[in-house]
Design a protein around this ligand. Structure first.
Ligand code: ATP
Length: 457
């Protein structure tokens, strides 16, 4: 089933890098792993945090029309009746009569099992929500569900937010958190898993302005990926056909990314109309309308929903950043991650393990760690150490050499160009700050110089 998009990095290479360098491990691996569940290792957790943080910054911190929320994963079961998930959150499935594997019927044409070639049954509907029970007694009354999306936690809090903040239409509520779906077709690494994280915004607008806001959010969200380094040619917009639209949506466009297995959804932007607020008002018996001060009318806002996956974004950022270069008969991997996303921002490297050098380097390391995630590495040749950092996307290395002990200057080496500058230690923090924010390496601080010495590559 796994196909390979021409010119794209193989998924196996991404999986192998993630494993080798501690970005992602199979979940509960010592017991043989758990299908389609993954654990984010020391570097993975940093990258994922950075993705979520940048998203939060872009949609909450830097805007005055969106506030945040962190609602609980377990919600009142009526939520899922009102939302339509209990009835409508189903995928048509076919089962192989021979090996009994189940497949999503919209994944392929024909009735031959892709695994063993056996005959497939007619499609049947299968609910994707995970069920569990609350309290000591397991009976029908105690059934609750793990939320399959974060959105519903926002809808049920709409009135709470209106009443406790001064938000007026148009405004949004953002949430980042775990969601669970008992997916039928998993695979492609972290692309589609059963436990994942969503980054959603529900943006409430006056009916009639929804089309304008829909287009606004499509543009805004696309630009976010591009700003963080995804090549525009690897993104495309795909509008859902009428048949494909979810039960709640009036209009939906996917921002697709050219993943190793081909074009697939990275983020969906939906115009949900007034469906959710009307449904929850009707099932809860509580008013969820909004008093418009201008027209003195009660209205039910329409909702524009940009909904992205943190894990899928992680995969897209990794694939887009991955490059292999052939140097001196060796393949070297460089992750061209945007500095805002890079798990480690700076590596401090003493040229040798001599005591004086180590002391100076450790001092710099301790100092920089106050501001960023920094790593310290004194094992093997300087060239190898640079390569280790390139492979995990560290934008800058700071090298402390013998001359540093005399002139109190250190070398900054840039990952992508491999260019180097020499700067006074007293200027190091400010210089790194500017470079991490995108300033050209060759804008030098007082006393700095372009370094033409041994690059140690
Ligand atoms: P798909 O059919 O491609 O799995 P979907 O259309 O069901 O996705 P939505 O319900 O629109 O997805 O969810 C919004 C976003 O949440 C998706 O664009 C995706 O980034 C993320 N997402 C959804 N399901 C999963 C999953 N099982 N694993 C990882 N991310 C997911």
């Amino acid at each position: 089933m796994t196909e390979q998009a021409p010119g794209k990095v193989d998924m196996e290479k991404i999986v192998s890098l993630c494993r080798r360098r501690g970005f992602i491990f199979p979940s509960s691996e010592i017991y043989g792993g758990l299908s389609s569940c993954w654990d984010y290792g020391p570097l993975g957790v940093e990258l994922k945090q950075n993705i979520k943080q940048d998203r939060w910054r872009a949609v909450v911190q830097e805007r005055d029309d969106i506030v945040g929320l962190d609602s609980s994963i377990l919600m009142h079961p009526q939520t899922w009746v009102a939302s339509g998930h209990l009835e409508g959150f189903t995928d048509p499935l076919v089962e192989c009569k021979n090996c009994h594997l189940r497949w999503r019927s919209d994944d392929f044409k024909g009735n031959i099992c892709p695994s063993c070639g056996g005959e497939l049954t007619e499609p049947r509907l299968f609910n994707l929500m995970f069920k569990t029970s609350m309290g000591p007694i397991e009976d029908m009354a105690s059934v609750v569900y793990l939320r399959p999306e974060t959105a519903q936690g926002i809808f049920v809090n709409f009135q709470n937010v209106v009443n406790t903040t001064r938000m007026r239409l148009p405004f949004g509520i953002a949430q980042i958190g775990k969601a669970f779906r008992n997916e039928i077709t998993t695979g492609n690494f972290i692309f589609r898993t059963r436990e994942f994280e969503q980054m959603e915004i529900e943006f409430f607008v006056k009916p009639g302005t929804d089309e304008k806001w829909f287009n606004y959010w499509v543009e805004e969200r696309t630009n976010w990926y591009v700003k963080l380094g995804i090549k525009r040619e690897n993104l495309r917009l795909r509008q859902h056909s009428k048949e494909e639209l979810a039960h709640y949506a009036r209009l939906c466009s996917d921002i697709d990314y050219l993943f190793p297995m081909g074009w697939s959804e990275l983020e969906g932007i939906a115009n949900r109309g007034d469906f959710d607020l009307v449904q929850h008002a009707s099932f809860s018996g509580k008013s969820l309308d909004y008093f418009d001060e201008e027209t003195k009318e009660h209205i039910v806002p329409y909702i524009i929903e940009p909904s992205a996956g943190a894990d899928r974004s992680f995969l897209a950022f990794l694939c887009d950043a991955y490059e292999e270069q052939l140097a001196e008969g060796e393949i070297r991997v460089i992750l061209h991650l945007h500095p805002a996303l890079a798990p480690i921002k700076i590596a401090v490297l003493p040229l040798s393990r001599r005591e004086k050098l180590v002391a100076a380097a450790k001092q710099i390391y301790a100092d920089l760690r106050q501001c960023w995630m920094v790593s310290y590495d004194d094992a093997q040749s300087i060239g190898r150490r640079y390569r280790r950092q390139d492979e995990i996307g560290t934008p800058f290395c700071v090298t402390v050499d013998f001359q540093s002990l005399e002139d109190e200057q250190v070398t900054i080496r840039e990952r992508d160009s491999m260019n180097q500058i020499r700067v006074p230690t007293s200027e190091l923090k400010n210089t790194l700050q500017s470079k991490l924010e995108g300033e050209s390496l060759f804008i030098l601080p007082p006393g700095g110089q372009i370094w033409k010495g041994d690059k140690g590559e």
